[in-house]
Design a protein around this ligand. Structure first.
Ligand code: XMP
Length: 326
């Protein structure tokens, strides 16, 4: 008969034994899983852990700050932040194909992560001793899924930023392997993590890079960040965060449609809202959001985000649609 409290104690003891006096590194993605995994390992081995946060410029509004300030304040974790926005954006220039984007983001992430690991070793007092352990926020459903399951979610190459650089020689620490998502949130709350992180929706490793249908550019990212922030604000204000599993907000960057604003004709981009209900992301249904909430999101996005003149709602279940558009 276990509780989430037991799980933490059990994991802390196991991690201390596994790591001994060596060092561990953890990639933070900004998501719940890596944050909770890091917090448990921090509790176990303190300064022997260094977290790395690669800001690839594809994050949502405010997310980098939450990791850099609130997460660090709550856990006392040692954090190395790498601002790699330019690097990622130039690698992505001219690329529209979703799988190609994932590959590029995954490749760049590993390079930046490796570089960060070398710097951490070089900067440390006991220079020379390599980092031996890598913390992963693997959940129970991930374990099951990679154990031969051929679920629909595997159709996309799920590169997980914060995921394992395959050619690196690390031993893994996976403190969440027995847990489901809701249990991970519970553990996070018990460890005192900020609600903004613990309550966060699942967010793909490649971030907003796969929520822009078309080429990824800084301007498009900024536009999407604004639209996404409005949708999140309104869903939270309406108390709907627990009703929906996640709500991708997607920019159809290569599509334009005619609109009218004031006295003028506009020729702008559509934004797609993709709110879904799900247990595990393997299947999903579109969320029946209240019309007033949809209306409010639509009005605000078209008023406040330049170059967007239309908001559309995705009413496709999964299957046949996937949750993300790419
Ligand atoms: P789909 O779009 O396949 O998404 O229905 C299922 C779940 O996986 C997330 N997702 C990703 N997560 N890297 C990730 O770490 C990815 O490349 C990726 N693609 C989709 C998606 O947000 C949903 O929760």
């Amino acid at each position: 008969n276990w509780t989430t409290g037991n799980i933490v104690d059990e994991q802390v003891a196991a991690i201390r034994e596994q790591v001994g006096t060596k060092r561990a590194i953890c990639g933070l993605s900004g998501g719940v899983d890596s944050a909770v995994a890091a917090a448990i390992v921090q509790k176990a081995i303190g300064v022997q852990l260094t977290c790395v946060f690669v800001d690839h410029g594809l994050l949502r509004k405010g997310e980098a700050e939450q990791v850099e300030k609130d997460f660090v304040a709550a856990t006392g974790v040692q954090l190395k932040v790498v601002d790699a926005e330019e690097r990622f954006l130039s690698a992505l220039a001219g690329v529209s194909d979703p799988e190609e984007k994932r590959k590029i983001i995954g490749r760049e992430f590993i390079r930046v992560f490796e570089q960060a690991e070398r710097e951490i070793v070089a900067e440390s007092a006991d220079a020379g001793e390599p980092v031996k352990f890598l913390v992963q926020g693997t959940l129970y459903p991930d374990v099951v899924e990679s154990g031969g399951g051929t679920g629909t979610a595997n159709i996309k190459s799920h590169h997980n930023v914060g995921g394992l650089p395959e050619d690196l020689q690390f031993e893994l620490i996976e403190p969440l392997r027995k847990l489901f998502k809701d249990e991970v949130r519970q553990v996070g709350r018990e460890l005192g993590l900020p609600e903004a992180i613990v309550g966060r929706q699942p967010f793909p490793g490649p971030g907003l890079g796969i929520r822009i249908v078309g080429e990824v550019t800084k301007d498009r990212l900024d536009l999407l960040r604004e639209a996404d922030a409005i949708a999140r604000e309104e869903l939270t204000a309406a108390g709907l965060d627990n009703e929906i599993w996640q709500c991708p907000v997607v920019l159809l960057a290569d599509v334009r449609s005619v609109g009218v604003q004031g006295d003028g004709r506009t020729y702008g981009h559509p934004i797609v809202l993709r709110p879904v209900s799900s247990e595990d992301a393997m299947t999903a249904d579109w969320s029946r959001l209240p019309y007033e909430v949809l209306a409010q999101i639509s009005t605000r996005i078209t008023n406040e985000v330049a170059d967007v003149n239309r908001v559309v709602l995705d009413v496709t279940s999964k299957p046949p649609g996937t949750i993300e558009w790419e």
